[in-house]
Design a protein around this ligand. Structure first.
Ligand code: NAD
Ligand code: UD1
Length: 339
């Protein structure tokens, strides 16, 4: 198939391009590089031996989209392009809604005009809000996400859910990610935050490499085993494998399908620190700090539906997630900027 990958220069998108190419698909990336570097795509080409098509542009640019769809016969779209910094979304909600919700709407309109009706969308476990219980199945009620970023994901899910009701040619996969971590085993591509990382694993990795001094552990009084927050960390390559399988399933099945992509088990912040120390041989200095606003105590997936319907399950354990993160970080201490 010929797949349009929006946000394909980003962290998860670049790993998706690798797997799509390795599975024999043709890939065109559309990315405005607002949170990524073209270098990521050069690295992808080193891994796969083939440079993906690349269009520098914005998913909100209707004219560009029409030209892109006129020039190519896409079979499906994997839509990763979005802004994802939670704190920033609180300060700039309109920018987040415009980019994430508005961008998806203009993309779907261009798809409709071009007669392309298959989309795999990057959603998030954040749509469950603070869950009533764990593990979380897809049937759990949508909660109240604690920030505009999370609400933008919930809004896009609502928009995409309407499409097949109006036109039965649409087939949409809403993939709810738990906590993607890790990197490609080559150490060539990985997560490259532009500022100080918000997320736990990139923060730990930058402490380990010496770019940051100390980790703040946000909250040690949660009702969890050791008092720190528990999350379902999933290797980015397992996550991407779920996308390829979802793509195959929605090819034959119109409508909207929702799948959790998580491992089904949670680890605490302190367990994550220990696992990273073991793999890297570096000490991670940390300090117990107050809870972060908007955080929940524990969140992990019930991945049974994805197992049953996609024939998918996460294969890589915590040690592999940490080893791949460390390989990427230690070989690229400054991310894509040097090295
Ligand atoms: P990322 O920032 O690395 O990748 C997003 C890419 O989209 C970037 O390359 C950016 O330049 C591009 N982009 C943003 N807005 C664009 C626009 N208007 N037009 C064109 N390109 C644009 O983020 P990621 O971690 O790879 O996330 C990919 C997707 O997965 C996002 O939709 C994100 O919300 C979702 N998601 C990520 C996580 C996570 O923890 N990383 C968790 C749940 C969901
Ligand atoms: C965060 C976002 C969520 C988003 C997800 C994936 C918030 C409130 N939520 O979720 O919307 O979908 O990232 O991008 O930001 N932690 C520390 N110290 C740190 C960083 C994190 O102790 O410096 C802890 C957190 O309190 C949490 C765990 O580590 O318990 C994981 O944090 P993080 O990686 O930010 O992911 P989420 O909080 O699950």
């Amino acid at each position: 198939m010929h797949i349009l990958v929006t946000g394909g220069a980003g962290y998860i998108g670049s790993h998706a391009v690798v797997q799509l190419q390795q599975a024999g698909h043709t890939v065109t990336v559309l990315d405005n590089l607002c949170n990524s570097a073209e270098e990521a795509l050069l690295r992808v080409a080193r891994i796969t031996g083939t440079a993906p098509g690349f269009v520098l542009g914005d998913v909100r640019d209707r004219q560009l989209l029409d030209e892109l769809f006129a020039d190519n016969r896409f079979d499906a779209v994997m839509h990763f392009a979005a802004l994802k910094a939670v704190g920033e979304s609180v300060r700039q909600p309109l920018r987040y809604f415009e980019n994430n919700v508005g961008g998806t709407i203009s993309l779907c309109q261009a798809m409709e005009r071009a007669g392309v009706f298959r989309m795999v969308f990057s959603s998030s476990a954040t749509v469950y809000g603070d869950p009533e219980s764990v593990p979380i199945p897809e049937t759990a009620p949508m909660g109240e996400p604690t920030n505009p970023y999370g609400r933008s994901k919930r809004m896009v899910e609502q928009v995409l859910t309407e499409l097949p009701r109006a036109d039965e040619r649409w087939s949409v996969a809403l993939l709810r990610y738990f906590n993607p971590v890790g990197a490609h085993e080559s150490g060539l591509i990985g997560e490259d935050p532009q500022d100080i990382p918000n997320n736990l694993v990139p923060y730990i990795a930058q402490v380990a490499i010496g770019r940051l001094e100390q980790l703040s552990v946000f909250g040690s009084d949660y009702p969890t085993g050791d008092g720190t927050g528990v999350r379902d960390y999933i290797h980015v390559d397992d996550l991407v494998d779920g996308h390829l399988r979802a793509l195959e399933v929605i090819r034959e099945r119109p409508g909207v399908q929702v799948w959790n992509l998580g491992t089904g088990r949670g680890y605490s912040v302190l367990e994550m620190i220990r696992a990273f120390e073991q793999v890297s041989g570096r000490e991670i200095p940390y300090r117990l700090s107050p809870r972060r606003a908007g955080d929940i105590a524990a969140c992990w997936a019930d991945p049974e539906k994805a197992g049953r319907e996609l024939g998918w399950q996460a294969r890589h354990g915590l040690e592999r997630m940490m080893a791949d993160t460390w390989r990427w970080q230690s070989r690229n201490p400054e991310g894509y900027r040097k090295g």
